[in-house]
Design a protein around this ligand. Structure first.
Ligand code: HEC
Length: 309
């Protein structure tokens, strides 16, 4: 290093004396700088090639579980009746509107409720007839409530009962919309056909998969524990007449008892039991010697099994 620096110094001195040597001196400086950059680059290659901001990958594998729902009966409605506004429907509709809608659409239906802040598009002002997307007829409002207007803040109100959707639609039409459009008979029939309003519906209960698998495992654990304790105390049954047969035909006690406890149809009668055992030999924990059992042996095996399980 010292030699290099001395070299540079003498070259610089030379250069001041001899203008022709100026380029030579400059050349060495440039060389040293390039070398330094090169060494820095090679040493930091890993950091340089790495992005300073790590890329963010969105996790698309997140699966949302089902929600807990009670079984629900949706009563059938007659579209001809419910399409006529009545004082009862309007009272019911007003209640529904105040609980579910006025926060966005405002008490007076002109939009601008406390929940409408910053929403784009803003909640519809029902008092103006401009630019409705689905329209102001009863069936259009019903459809809006069924499907919502994605991606806006107007969600589907499909958790309301059909009658409640009609009630709130009547209320909006009567109270806020100036001269709302009326449905034709075909519009109403189409609505009936789309949502099968006269059919009613029986919706089954639903539980989250997580809870279901927990229940399943814990049910299985209880059954397993029961079988384990039966096997542990099997000596108790030694004096039973079927015990000798049982020891002879069972290849694996735990498999056999689990199989029988899961397929409990055999408890109805002995021939169901015989069928179940001989048709699943080996997988069910019984061995091939069941084919040689005599009637009395089947009888005693069957009555022992009824005691064990
Ligand atoms: C969270 C705020 C919010 C609530 C609560 C809400 N809405 Fe809306 N609603 C909107 C927005 C926003 C729009 C405008 C959407 C658009 O134009 O795309 C809208 C639009 C509508 C429209 C106009 C449909 C059309 O054809 O243009 C109707 C009808 C409507 N809502 C009815 C209701 C009813 C009935 C309720 C209560 C059961 C309700 N909304 C509750 C936000 C809301």
């Amino acid at each position: 290093m010292k030699e290099i620096l001395d070299g540079i110094k003498s070259k610089t001195e030379q250069a001041t004396k001899n203008p022709g040597a100026k380029f030579g001196a400059l050349y060495i400086y440039v060389l040293v700088i390039i070398l330094a950059i090169g060494i820095y680059y090679v040493n930091n290659l890993e950091n340089i090639s790495r992005q300073s901001v790590p890329p963010v990958l969105k996790d698309t594998t997140v699966v949302t579980d089902l929600v807990l729902k009670n079984a629900q009966t949706i009563p059938p409605i007659d579209i001809k009746t419910v399409s006529q506004s009545t004082p009862e429907l309007l009272t019911e509709g007003e209640k529904i509107y105040k609980t579910n809608c006025s926060s966005c659409h405002g008490e007076n239906g002109a939009g601008g409720g406390p929940g409408s802040m910053g929403l784009n598009p803003a909640p519809r002002n029902f008092t103006s007839k401009d630019n409705w997307k689905n329209g102001t007829t009863l069936s259009s409002i019903y459809t809006t409530l069924m499907t919502g207007l994605p991606p806006s803040a107007m969600i589907a109100y499909d958790f309301l009962l059909p009658r409640e959707r009609f009630a709130v639609a009547h209320y909006i039409r009567t109270s806020f919309i100036p001269t709302a459009d009326n449905d034709t008979e075909a519009d109403l029939l189409a609505l009936e056909a789309t949502y099968n309003l006269s059919g009613g519906l029986q919706l089954p209960a639903q539980i989250p998969v997580k809870s279901a698998s927990f229940l399943f495992v814990s049910e299985n654990q209880t059954a397993n524990a029961k079988i384990d304790s039966t096997i542990a105390s099997i000596k108790k049954y030694q004096s039973e007449i079927g015990f000798e047969t049982f020891s002879k035909v069972v290849k694996n006690k735990k498999v056999a008892l689990s199989f029988l406890s899961k397929n409990s149809g055999w408890k109805q009668n002995e021939s169901a039991f015989v069928n179940l055992v001989v048709n699943n030999v080996n997988q069910n924990g019984f061995n091939g010697s069941v084919f040689n059992l005599k009637n009395e042996e089947w009888n005693s095996l069957y009555s022992l099994m009824l005691k064990l399980i």
